[in-house]
Design a protein. Sequence first.
Lengths: 125, 125
Amino acid sequence: MKRRNTAAKQTILDILQASRSVPLSQEDIEQKVAGKMNRVTVYRVLNSFYEDGYIHKILADDGKYYFAICLNCREDDHHHDHFHFRCLNCQKVECLQEEVKVQLPGGYRQESVNCLITGYCPECA
Amino acid sequence: MKRRNTAAKQTILDILQASRSVPLSQEDIEQKVAGKMNRVTVYRVLNSFYEDGYIHKILADDGKYYFAICLNCREDDHHHDHFHFRCLNCQKVECLQEEVKVQLPGGYRQESVNCLITGYCPECA
DNA sequence: TTTGTTAATGCAATTGAATTGCAATAATAA
DNA sequence: TTATTATTGCAATTCAATTGCATTAACAAA
Ligand SMILES: [Mn+2]
Ligand SMILES: [Mn+2]
Ligand SMILES: [Zn+2]
Ligand SMILES: [Zn+2]
């Protein structure tokens, strides 16, 4: 009896599923569930999903966290090492296909990656 | 008469100069200037340096901003497009030599880059 | 050197995303 | 059905960062 299935979790999961390669901010999700649950619940559900490895979390240079379903990850093999993109005009964040490949200097051990490119998307450029 | 030279600015500039490839957080700098100036002044000086292009600013995945002197930039050519590294143990942040090279999908325009690798540095690994 | 303008500063108050404490609620194992 | 305890809502709190405003001081002009 570790985690329980609840309406709140299912609702948020559905929202994330429907936005596969477009990470959503806490605020984005709050708006979509407005009235259905408390904002603190959104925080806690997102954090539990993240802890359990169902979603990945990126900190964008607007200072907000964005969350997206893990796509090419398996329980035993997480690799959230792709770039993300944020549009300065429409604010949308996207997962890019390209993986981050860094040649670290000797002795450094890589644990995780948080790479964000900021600019203008095709619709706004 | 745009910007004025003040003791506060000179002090902070000296600190950043002495820490060339090791970006410092607001908090780091505050400690070094403790008693000499107000913390709000530190914020404002750092922001003015950043606006004027003297330093670059990165948001690390600990949620804090880190600042470092621009090294290979000229007035007309800024390129803060290198990776950064943060050690999970000693918390130190470093500028890496390697530049970020992303092949953006068609139509996307890149403006800036905020790429951080998190892991363990040689001393802590 | 003196003076006037206004950028810079200190201090207190405020913002806003994120977190925490706690009592009430509800999922689920027994 | 019942007992256990994870989950939720609500209020309060945290903490870095920002803002307002009166005071100070840099520096251009006289
Ligand atoms: Mn994943
Ligand atoms: Mn630079
Ligand atoms: Zn856009
Ligand atoms: Zn270290």
